[in-house]
Design a binder for this molecule. Sequence first.
Ligand code: DPP
Ligand code: ZN
Length: 858
Amino acid sequence: LQPVRLADYRPYPYVIDTIALDIALDADETIVRATLSVRRRGAAAEPLVLDGKNLQLRQLRLNGAELPADGFVATPDRLEIMAPPAEFTLETEVAIHPARNQSGKGLFWHTNRLITHCEAEGFRRITYFPDRPDVLATYTVRLEADRQAFPLLLSNGIPMESGEAGQRHWTLWRDPFPKPSYIFAVMAGRFETLRDHFTTAEGQEVSLAIHAEPGEAARCAFAMDSLKAAFRWDERVFGLSCDLPVYNVVALPAYAGAQENKGLNLFGADGIIADPAITTDEDFALIRRIIGHEYFHNWTGNRVTCRDWFQLSLKEGLTRLRDQLFMEDELEPGTYRIEQVKTLRRNQFPEDDGPAAHPVQPAEFVEIENFYTATIYEKGAELLRMLRTLVGAERFVAAIRAYLVRFDGQAVTIDDLFDTIEREADVDLAQFRRWLHQPGRPTVTVAREYDPERREARFTFSQRLPVNGEPGQPLHIPIAFALFDPQGGHFGKPLLIELRDWSQTLVIADLPRAPVPSILRQFSAPVSLEADLSDEELMHLAVADDDAFVAWNSAQQLFTRGVRELALEQPAAMDALVPPAMVEIARRLLADARRAPGLTALRLSLPDEPALSEGLDRIPLDSHMAARNAIRRAIGRALADPIHSLYEQLSAIDPLDLSAPAMSGRNLRSVLLDFRLAAGDEKGVSACLAQIEEGPSFTEAFEALCLLGHCDRPERQAAFEAFHHRYRDQPLVVDKWFKAYALSRATGVIDEIIALEGHSAFDISNTSRAVAYYGSLFRQNRVAFHDASGKGYRFLADRLLMMDQMGRGHPAFFMAQIDQWRRHDEPRQTLMREQLQRIAGTSGISRSLDEVVNRSLG
Ligand code: DPP
Ligand code: ZN
């Protein structure tokens, strides 16, 4: 497989100032006429090479004249013009076939609509064009289609004119901003629209529209509110306003994903449609976040874009950070930060520890679609957050603004952003830049000593970083740090330590007692932390630290320690050997629960894989799961009374209250219910069944279904059936139902999960349902996927091959667990390897599948 290399980047030898598209839409055959105004950039008479994919060329003219046969080479996948003049107009006419296009890229037919998906390389399936992000052109788009079938015709920018011609009608769109082809979009079909408007800080009116399935417009109100909240936030925090007078958003049923196309964002319906009767708290938050994310791209990605796909994190890491900061302001900042860390540990740390490890700025790739990874998004965001910590929030914002001014309308590199931050914030990032190029994650170790005579504490911070077995080079790591008096309160002020060497020692004087260190506050760097705190110290921090992250992380560390210790015992003996600290920490947290219900819910949730195995070469899956269950059981039994009474107290929350405290309370209630089920308490099971039936909120009903789904109880099947029956007319809930089922950890449930594919409600071409079902099993189910029979692995391989044959695989997405095969025990290792080898040995697989499978086999 021939990779693309960053080192091979060359600027495109031509400038395309404008492109005019005239698209006669039709599901069977769409005709695309393109007029490009082209200028040669350099002196050399290089041919003009345009990308294509499955295009049928019907007409070709240069400056109005046909070209001689030796003046061009055209294939469905490429158009080359030999020795063109220095400045010219190129006209092409191609035919494409949306209804036959199964790839989910380019222009395709979806639920009676014609829609596009161009990122990263889909535009070449629509017309011949240099389909690379550094070619920015101004687009004018005329759409024409049957009036009945496609009453709404949308593209980027501003609608200029429209008209009718017999059965057909047309709309002309103009986007005033030069843009790369990957954010081009077209939507045509029947929608119901929710409209609103926004006045920017500069006094410009923006008309807002969300187009959804007929009957669903009222359920777009929360998304609309979120869009306006995002507009306001970006004005307030970054001083950035919407730059278009029209902003369109589309909610598409049976679709997974979100697109940031200029002025025309497209979402799967699950990213827009919200209604307390069918939407969980988690989904409300997700909708707000992704609406924000795609809008924030308008500046970070669209106005200033990436020079090439090696710079993907320039737009994704930065925009991810912006959506995180937005949500921290919308919700509770401390607990939202913990959610981000959980995501990073669950998705990015394993990536770093496995065969898919790659730097935030990769040096090569085979297929860019395999690189929309947790490393690009989540770790990319962490790098920028560290810079924000190092230079301060104000200077960080000023630097981002300077970057946007300086590079407006350009396609640039991560280095351009870093250069700007260096200059604007007056910092030297030479060492920090290593974060961009080294894969893997440093482990930071903290060793300490206290000298009571000198009343002095010494802390030695060390880092180690294995990169492909090599030690790598030391990174510049910001470590936020504070000291607690074990008798209560802080010693001194919190500090920011900049660890730059392999090892650094910090001496703190004037301490009457040995302090308890609070390390990596707010998770100030994406590292693994090793500090030899005692159980008692961890308990102290878990309860008393005013930094939410350290409080949560201390509880997690204590629980992880307990699980790992207990995992060394025989399963039958585990119940009797649960370390007393497990129940003790839960007792203390429960006593404190009312003060911070959201944080308590997070602190009381036992760590799961892959957090339990962070830093371990081997994942002792069965013993970890058994030990984790034994601890849940022990807590549920020992603390049955306080758990029950807190659970009851929390039942009074108004189900329509979407404030952070209300959502936190519901979340805590589910965590408590989980302990009750673990304890095997019959009243807990009844409470769970009642919660599925009565909520009182949809969140509580759905969470209870998920929890019951893990239990080996006869009630499980009936509850699942009843739930499906109740919500069978709500496609978004049916998706979630598949998800709850596919996440089940009940004993031997793999057969049931696989059989679910035959359910009448399943349809593989419904991408949101397929992602909910397969994604939950293959990516997230730590138990059923790893069923000792190997059936989960075989099912994954079968489906990867099947989706690949259909031409619509996103294989990298489903590899998260199987990529870890080398860390599992036998026979799992062998069973997983065999399936990977089976795929690798299948002839005719796509480059994309080939890349991920061979990378996994190593
Ligand atoms: N639309 C996707 C995102 O915003 C890919 N760019 O992350
Ligand atoms: Zn994005």
